[in-house]
Design a protein around this ligand. Sequence first.
Ligand code: DAH
Length: 349
Amino acid sequence: MKEKVETLKKEMKEKIKSITTLKELNDLKVEYLGKKGPINELTTMMRDLPVEEKKEFGKVLNEVKNEANTLFENTKKALEEKELNEKLQKEKIDITLPSAKLHVGAIHPLTKVIEEIEELFVSMGYDVVEGPEIEEDLYNFEKLNLPKGHPARDAQDSFYITEEMLLRTQTSPVQARVMDANKEKTEVRVICPGKVYRRDDDDATHSHQFTQIEGLVVGENISLSHLKGTLEELAKKLFGMDREIRFRPSFFPFTEPSLEVDVSCFKCGGSGCSICKGTGWIEILGSGMVHPNVLRGCGYDPEKYTGFAFGIGPERVAMLKYGINDIRNFYTDDLRFLEDFNRTEGSEQ
Ligand code: DAH
């Protein structure tokens, strides 16, 4: 019987070695130490032995049982540890990996400038009005004192769709539309932001599509001084409270007189630097007093009404303000540009 026990022990030890999972271990434990297992069987058999042998064999059997229990217990611990380690290994998170970069949204520099301008004019009682991008020749040119064959039409190379329809080359036609639509011929105070199109070759400073904001005020006794005061506010809003403006004579068919507006350099304050090309002044917009022909053509009596108008390019403003040197950056949706802009936003004037 003793021999039987020895072989049993050997056999069990051998089997336990090849165990790889807790389930297998548990099955093996039931096989050997369970009710129907060989050890229990031997215990039952032991009852029939004579007292002396029973004592001795009982001891051996107890030892085997204890040894088996310890062996199972230790193997269980080892297996549990092994499984835990495997799990840890499998689910390991490498905290040294660089994190996936989150792109935080930001307002496009062009939108920012447009919104800034709208905010100022709305606070001064202007309406924001939009017009069509596919425009009639009538509004884009004729009602703006640019009849067919007028040489100034050549300055705005156009995308014509039909003889009479084109992609608007400027936001000025919205002026004529607003005045036309005002049947009571009451006073007008509007700004008109939007896209415009010209047959230009794209480069760092030209784009076949860009934006403009048109301004128009029509009323009784509107004078050049109203225009000056208004544009001074605009210059301050965009480029800082210390800004001054100056007028230079110019020509636009729809204004008389026509004036180009310069703002004192926001970088050097007027002493001359690379931004203002040493002049102390930066050209920012075109403007003037609405031409009597334009007023008349839109049903306003030029004897009674006068007005001023201006047109500003948000791209130019944003390029100056944020030091952007290629206009194409605005339209390519390149996050590297937009992110770079966000970083430099703090240096805004
Ligand atoms: N429409 C002009 C342009 O595209 C800009 C402009 C100049 C608009 C003078 C005006 C103005 O309203 O009075 O060059």
